[in-house]
Ligand binder design. Structure first.
Ligand code: MTE
Ligand code: MO
Length: 337
C-alpha cells in the first residue's frame, strides 16, 4: 500500500509477503495446537467450534465484555465452505501503521497501547452528542458474531469471526440530524504509545481518518467490532473498538476509534489524502477495477504458501453483492473507486 517511499526497505507491497515466515509459523502452530484456549471461548461453543478456535490466545476482557457475549451460535454466517483464518495469522499479519509499516510490527509494538480506560466521543450532526467511557458507550448493544471475509487493497485476504454490533444501532441511539450525510471515524493519536506516529515516515497526516456515506453505515453488514475469535480484540487488530465494512477494502476498517462524527460533507480520509488516484473514498472491493499498480482480479487467501500460493478470484463487493449492490445503483464504480 505504501507509495513513493524513498528507501527500498520501506516498501511493503503484498507481493513481497514473507511467505517463509508463514510456513515456519504454521509448523510451530502444529506443535502447540493441543493447548485449547478454553477460557476465551464463547459460552455456546461446541466441540467443532473449539477446534476452530484451537489456537486462540485467551484474552483478558473487561467484565462488561464477558457479560455481552452472544448467547446464540454464529450470529450471521456469510461465509460458506471457506475456512476461518487461523488466529495466529489474523493477529501477526496486520496493517496498523501507527505501530509500524511491516506486517509484523503491530503484533510486536501494539502491546504499548493502553485500551483501559478508553473513551469515545460522538459529535457533529447528532441530537445526542457526548463523551463516553467505552463500557457506557457499549451499554445499549448486544454483541453478535459475524464471520466475514477481509480483503486488503494489497490483494491478500482472510476470514475473520468478529464480535460487534451494527452501526445502525449506534445511529438510532445518537439521533443524526437531517444535515448528517456521512459518518467520520478517527483513530487515537498518541505518539507516546504509537511509534509510527513519531517516526520520520511523514506520508500520513495523523490521526488516521475514515468515513462512510450514511446509507452505507446503515447497512446491516457494517459493524463496530470489540472482539474477534470469541475474545476481545487484540491491540494489533484495533482494540478496543474498530470498524468492519466487509464489502470494502480493508483500509476502510479503521482501528482503535476514539471519535465518531456525523457530518454533512464527505470526510477527507487518510489513504485518499495520500494518493487519491490509487485509493478512493468508496474503496468497494471490485475485481474489474484494477489498482494502478496491480490487478484486483485475484487475491491470496492467508495463510498462503510460497510454493503453493492460495490464490482465488476476487468477488464483486467481496462476495456481498446481494446485501450491498443496491447502495450503488447509478454510481459509476470505475470513477468512484
Ligand atoms: N488506524 C488504522 N486503521 C487501519 C489501518 C491503519 O494503518 N491504521 N490499516 C487498515 C488496513 S490497510 C487493513 S487491511 C486493516 C487490517 O486489519 P487487520 O490487521 O485486523 O487484519 O486495518 C485497517 N485499519
Ligand atoms: Mo489494507
Amino acid at each position: 500500500m505504501l507509495i513513493k517511499v524513498p528507501k527500498a526497505s520501506d516498501c511493503h507491497e503484498s507481493d513481497v509477503t514473507p511467505e517463509s515466515f508463514y510456513l515456519s509459523r504454521r509448523n510451530l502452530l502444529g506443535a502447540t495446537v493441543a493447548g485449547l484456549a478454553v477460557s476465551s471461548l464463547p459460552r455456546w461453543a461446541s466441540a467443532d467450534d473449539a477446534a476452530r478456535y484451537a489456537d486462540v490466545e485467551p484474552g483478558k476482557a473487561p467484565s462488561w465484555f464477558a457479560e455481552k457475549l452472544p448467547s446464540t451460535k454464529w450470529g450471521a454466517v456469510n461465509v460458506k465452505d471457506e475456512a476461518i483464518t487461523p488466529f495466529k495469522d489474523a493477529t501477526h499479519y496486520n496493517n496498523f501503521y501507527e505501530f509500524g509499516t511491516d506486517k509484523g510490527d503491530p503484533a510486536a509494538n501494539a502491546g504499548a497501547l493502553k485500551t483501559e480506560p478508553w473513551s469515545v466521543v460522538v459529535d457533529g450532526e447528532v441530537g445526542k452528542p457526548g463523551r463516553y467511557a467505552l463500557e457506557d458507550f457499549m451499554k445499549p448493544y448486544q454483541l453478535e458474531e459475524r464471520i466475514y471475509r477481509l480483503r486488503c487493497v494489497e490483494a491478500w485476504s482472510m476470514v475473520i469471526p468478529w464480535m460487534g454490533f451494527p452501526i445502525s444501532a449506534l445511529l438510532k441511539e445518537v439521533e443524526p440530524t437531517s444535515k448528517a450525510k456521512f459518518i467520520r471515524f478517527e483513530t487515537l493519536q498518541d505518539p507516546k504509545s504509537m511509534p509510527g506516529q513519531r517516526s520520520g515516515f511523514a506520508l500520513i497526516d495523523w490521526p488516521y481518518i475514515e468515513g462512510l456515506r450514511l446509507d452505507e453505515a446503515m447497512n446491516p453488514l457494517a459493524i463496530l467490532a470489540v472482539g474477534m475469535y470469541g475474545r476481545e480484540l487484540p491491540n494489533q487488530n484495533g482494540a478496543p473498538l474498530r470498524l468492519v465494512v466487509p464489502w470494502k477494502y480493508g483500509f476502510k476498517s479503521i482501528k482503535s476509534i476514539v471519535r465518531i462524527s456525523l457530518v454533512s460533507e464527505q470526510p477527507k480520509t487518510t489513504w485518499q489524502s495520500i494518493a487519491a488516484d490509487e485509493y478512493g473514498f468508496y474503496a468497494n472491493v471490485n475485481p474489474t477495477v484494477d489498482h494502478p499498480r496491480w490487478t484486483q482480479a485475484r487475491e491470496r487467501r492467508l495463510p498462503s504458501g510460497l510454493f503453493k500460493p492460495n490464490v482465488r478470484d476476487t468477488q464483486m463487493f467481496n462476495g456481498y453483492s446481494d446485501e450491498v449492490a443496491s447502495l450503488y445503483t447509478g454510481l459509476d464504480l470505475r470513477k468512484n473507486y
